[in-house]
Design a protein around this ligand. Structure first.
Ligand code: BES
Ligand code: MN
Ligand code: ZN
Length: 505
């Protein structure tokens, strides 16, 4: 998609659809009102007669019958002004694109002062450029389709976006281009998330990563089983044991041309289970089919790295993904087995379905061994996070205020929500084990997401670290949020991770 400032007056602008966002219960702003006047107050009348409710994210598509140069107007409700944030704005725009993409190649979005003011309020920390970026992201996110394997999938996309009401100039152009890039990276994450496990094995994922590294000039090392064995990655190897597919660990490195000489090295670590059956602690069937997306964290990491290579932050960034299937079988790890991670800590694996924390343990150790000073992991780690927070927010746990604040700032810029869960000393009871240093699950159904974080913390060598649990926010099942976010994969945290290197310290 291309995005630029609209250069004609709105009634003269020639695009396939003019999108007019508005707030529930408020009159249209000056730009929106000018469009509506050309249509004899169509929206105002629909709201009056209750044909339209103005509730988020209602969309009313009308034909302009020659009253505007553009053939259609889409009135898009953003709901009540007080509830709008970057997440809702992007979702509303995503819906607008999805509604028109099969017959509209070009779209304009009209930004009235009310929207500009809300999104630039100090509480949201957003400058007008950030709003332009958010709009480009929302529209481009709507181009995602999950049917890459359908023979006759429709391919219509919004290819051209014109932004009216935020001025023009090189800052705006840069913001729009950044938004398109970030959204397209997010969509690339979504494609990988939803690719079936027989078409995205650890080997396939490593090949994808290699293509990406080549295209963006990142250095890449792929660790094979032999090297993992030499390095003592007993936890990762324990998960891989039941599968016929060989495990891989991809290790991307971005080195700044112009370093800030702070010596900081940020490592992004993504869980890359290409299919999670649970292993010998086999999952019940209904919960298993979406486990092809248990590599969502890994996908977000490699796509964020691709953006980082383009945006050139001044610190070094590492991108790591431990990749394997989690399968039952004659060679599989059995509940009660004890293994040692790369840092020497012994782990009793009392539940083979808690495999994510095992592969991450070795990846975090390896990141530290490669010079990481700051660590952020992203993982579809626990079903419990959806009990705690639901789907519209990512759970965050951390051993360091400053790094958590940096992630929070990045997530605000990205329009992705995070919410912190605590780790108190008493939560460490989850680790107590009679026969090894730690066990991989607490064995009681309490604080499951926190227990996982407490486990991961054993492998970060006291480096500043943030753990992001995306098990719920990474995708949406059909009924849950049908009215708010489209069903399927979200690509969550791709944009937050891409912003993060610019906000460290
Ligand atoms: N991949 C799952 C977590 C998950 C659940 C992701 C639902 C997406 C949707 C993870 O490996 C897992 O199985 N976690 C267990 C941990 C338990 C055994 C302590 C879980 O959440 O049940
Ligand atoms: Mn599991
Ligand atoms: Zn898993």
């Amino acid at each position: 998609m291309q995005a630029k400032a609209a250069d004609a007056e709105l009634t003269k602008l020639r695009v396939d659809v003019v999108v007019v966002p508005y707030f529930q219960g408020e009159p249209l702003g000056p730009l929106g009102a000018a469009v509506d006047r050309a249509l004899d107050g169509h929206l105002a009348r629909m709201l009056d007669t209750k044909e339209a409710s103005g509730r988020f994210p209602e969309r009313v598509l009308v034909a302009t019958m020659g009253r505007l140069a553009s053939p259609r107007v889409l009135y898009l409700s953003l709901g009540p002004r007080a509830l709008l944030d970057g997440y809702r704005l992007r979702n509303a725009l995503q819906f607008a694109t999805r509604q028109v993409r099969s017959f509209c190649r070009s779209a304009a979005v009209v930004v009235d002062p009310a929207l500009r003011d809300v999104m630039s309020a100090p509480a949201t920390g957003q400058a007008p450029q950030s709003l332009a970026r958010a709009i480009a992201e929302g529209i481009a996110l709507g181009n995602y389709r999950m049917g890459e394997l359908k023979a006759a999938e429709e391919t219509g996309q919004v290819e051209e976006l014109h932004l009216a009401g935020l001025g023009s100039g090189s800052d705006l152009a840069a913001a729009l281009a950044a938004g398109v890039r970030l959204a397209e990276a997010t969509n690339a994450t979504r494609v990988l998330q939803w690719r079936p496990s027989n078409r995205l094995t650890p080997t396939d994922f490593a090949a994808e990563t290699e293509r990406l590294a080549k295209a963006h000039g990142l250095s890449l090392k792929v660790l094979e089983r032999a090297e993992m064995t030499k390095l003592g990655m007993g936890a990762l190897l324990a998960v891989a044991k039941g599968s016929h597919e060989p495990p891989k660990m991809v290790f991307l490195r971005y080195k700044p041309k112009a370093s800030d000489r702070s010596g900081r090295v940020l490592a992004l670590v993504g869980k890359g289970i290409t299919f999670d059956t649970g292993g010998i602690s086999l999952k019940p069937n209904p919960g298993m089919v979406t486990m092809k997306s248990d590599m969502s964290g890994a996908a977000a990491v490699i796509q964020a790295m691709a953006v980082i290579a383009r945006t050139e932050p001044r610190i070094e960034v590492l991108g790591l993904a431990p990749l394997t299937e989690n399968m039952p079988g004659g060679g599989a790890t059995k509940p009660g087995d004890v293994v040692a991670a790369m840092n020497g800590k012994t782990i009793e694996i009392n539940n083979t379905d808690a495999e994510g924390r095992l592969v991450l343990a070795d990846a975090l150790c390896y990141a530290v061994s490669q010079g990481a000073t700051h660590l952020v992991d992203v993982a579809t780690l626990t079903g419990a996070i959806s009990i705690a927070l639901g789907h519209p927010v990512t759970g965050a746990m951390s051993n360091n205020r400053e790094l958590l604040e940096a992630v929070r700032t990045a997530s605000l810029e990205a329009g992705e929500r995070i919410w912190e869960l605590p780790m108190y000393p008493e939560h460490e009871v989850a680790l107590t084990c009679d026969i090894a240093d730690v066990r991989n699950t607490a064995g009681i159904p309490a604080a499951g997401s926190i227990n996982a974080a407490v486990f991961l913390r054993e492998f970060v060598s006291d480096r500043p670290w943030v753990h992001l649990d995306i098990a719920a926010s990474s995708y949406h099942g059909e009924p849950l949020l049908a009215g708010l976010v489209p069903k399927g994969p979200t690509g969550v945290m791709t944009r937050t991770l891409a912003h993060l290197p610019f906000h460290l310290g």
